[in-house]
Structure formats: C-alpha cells, structure tokens
Design a protein around this ligand. Sequence first.
Ligand code: CP3
Length: 375
Amino acid sequence: MNIHAASTDSRVPPENNRLLRALLRQPVDATPVWAMRQAGRYLPEYRKVRERAGSFMQLCMTPELACEVTLQPLRRFRLDAAILFSDILTVPDAMGLGLRMNDGEGPQFERPLRTAADVGRLAVPDPEDRLRYVLDAVRLVRRELAGSAPLIGFAGSPWTLATYMVEGGSSKEYARVKGMMFQDAVTMHRLLDINARAVTMYLNAQIDAGAQAVMVFDTWGGVLTPRDYREFSLRYMRQVVAGLKRESDGRRVPVILFTKAGGSWLEDLAASGCDAVGVDWTTDMAEARKRVAGRVALQGNMDPSILYASPGRIRQEVQIILDSYGPGPGHVFNLGHGVHQQTDPDRLGIMVDAVHELSAKFHSPAGAAAPIQSG
Ligand code: CP3
C-alpha cells in the first residue's frame, strides 16, 4: 500500500518523507538527517522559552511551549524530522515518582523505588489522563508542521527508565539498580514488565495523536553484560516493539531502537522486530551495515564532539560516515548521541547541509518521487 503519493497540485508544498522512506529502506533523493537533542539549551531561542516557562517540567507540560521549542531547530536548519520536545522521565513521573529537573543537577525523583513493596504499588498510567499534555503537544506539532517534516515520538527503554526510577536520578555506578537486579531479579522483572506495558501504551497513544515514527532510547543498556543486556533490556524492548501499532492513517509507522554503546549487539537489535537501529560513533557504519545484513535501516553516527571542529573538518567527517554506509537507501544521518549544550548552532547547520549535498551521489534523483510501499 502507498503511504505517500507525490502531490501534483503545485499550490501544496510537497511532503518531506525522506526520513520515513529511509527508515523503511526505500529510495530517497538524499540521506535524511536530524539530531538527537536538536531542541535544547545550545539554542538561545530555547533558553528564552525555557525561562518563560519557569521550569523544564512546566515547559514539557505546556503544549504550546513544547510545540514552539520542537519547531525551533526546524526554522534554523533544513532538518528532515522533528522530534517531539518532552523527556523520557515523564512516564515515571506519571507513575507518581515526582520528577524534579534541577538546574545543573539533572533529574531527580522525590519517591524513588527502593523495595519490592515500592514496585508492588506501581501501576501502568493511562496516557490519555496523566500524559495528556504530551499527546496535546503531538497534535499541535503535527498541525504546525503541515507535512513539511515528519514528527518522531519517543520513550525511554524499560531498563533505562528503571535505572532512573531505582537510583532516583542519574548515576555513575548503578549500584542500586544493579543491586536490585542481582539480589531480587523477580522484583526487577516485575518493574521492567510494568515499564514495558507503560511505554507500549504511551507510544501507541503518541501514534494515535499523530507521531509518524517512534524511537526507544536505551541510553543505559550499554552498562550491562551481554547476558544481562538480553535478559533485562533487549527482552523488554522486544515486548514493546511487539505491542506497537505499526500502521496509522494507512501508513507504516517505523520503530527505531537505540542502545547507546550497544554496538556489540547489533544482530540482536536487528532481529528484534524494529525497522531501524541507532548506532553510536564507537561502531563503524560499514561494519554495522554488513552485520544487520539489510534487515533494518541504520541511524547515526557522528560523534557530537565533531561539532566543536572547523566547518571543513565537520564536512570531512560527514563524508567519511556517508562513504562508510555507502550507496543505497536505509541510512538516516544523526549524531551518535545528543547535541552538547556548548555546541555553536551554526556548526549543526553545516552538518545538516553537508549531509544533503554530499549524499546526493549515493541516491537517484527520482528516489523521492516514487510512492512509498508499506514495509
Ligand atoms: O531530542 C530532542 O530534541 C527532544 C527532547 C528530549 C529531551 N530529553 C529534552 C531534554 C529527548 C528525546 C530526551 C530524552 C532523554 N531524557 C534521554 C534519552 C536520550 C539521551 O540523551 O540519552 C534521557 C536519558 C533523558 C533524561 C534526562 N533529561 C537527563 C539525564 C536530563 C539532564 C541532563 C541535562 O542535559 O541537563 C534531562 C533534561 C533534559 N531533557 C533537557 C532537555 C532539553 C535539559 C533540561 C533543561 O533544559 O533544563
């Protein structure tokens, strides 16, 4: 089934579907590009709205402001996707853990989970109720974008959410969450199952509200041993993927899984049922492409620190990554992790333009005009 027929009406601006096509490994005219944390503190216009909102959570919870900061990077750069402005920790907040985002300290939960009884009291939140502000923001962003770029929804992986819920915030050693994992695996599995069900419902609600692709951020899967990764992180991401709506409005909704520092498990990720796998800069793109063997698209993988380099060096690095992936569809250019706060915004613009310019030779100009087939 076609998910997109090229518009023949010259008054209607063409839809930008490069991202959705590439995630489904369909032909494109140029490699699509977006950046994790493309909305955020490196943009002066974000800092202004953030100040107006009063707090990070207030910004997330006010759909008009969340919509505004989602669109800010697309006004500056020729990005091929918008990512909803929100946070992975809104889900545990909706479960009653009480999220506070303190300047300079990172996230903190007022009521972290420390015992089996704490986990026993948890319930899967109804997204239409406790996370309605996110869904309202999704609807608003879709209306404002009007097809100029697709909107990506997202959630944290069950394991990554569990690290924050048990530690009570960011952590260096994961002593508490790993303590629970090793001493009381039953409770840990119970928590991960609740998180998986919460994330599935939340992402499905985002899809119903208009998210056109969804991404699961497994930021801390990479701190586990290969065996524990499969049992405590991958297994629950598979559960999420299996429960997601894969079509909405007659279009395929691609699912991206990203385990930071997960390069050694690419084959497992590719076999998880997702459409695309995010790759960080510690894995070579050519090697990643060989290992996933056409089963999924790949997203990544420039080191965000390259954005501190000269424009020439940034273009050179873009070229290296594009060459490494090579010709043909199935590549979404991105950073290997989020944009750093100290980044000069103009440098991100240089990266975005370089991707479009330097990737054209790997694609055919007719690529974008062909209808998209349902994956
Ligand atoms: O990518 C985007 O532009 C969309 C917005 C987005 C945010 N957080 C906004 C944000 C997304 C996709 C996230 C995901 C997220 N949040 C992850 C997974 C991705 C990753 O970075 O690994 C994680 C682990 C979190 C948890 C989180 N949120 C932390 C650890 C922090 C504090 C770190 C920091 O930079 O201060 C946040 C806060 C946060 N989330 C900010 C933004 C823009 C900064 C807070 C502010 O503006 O005051």
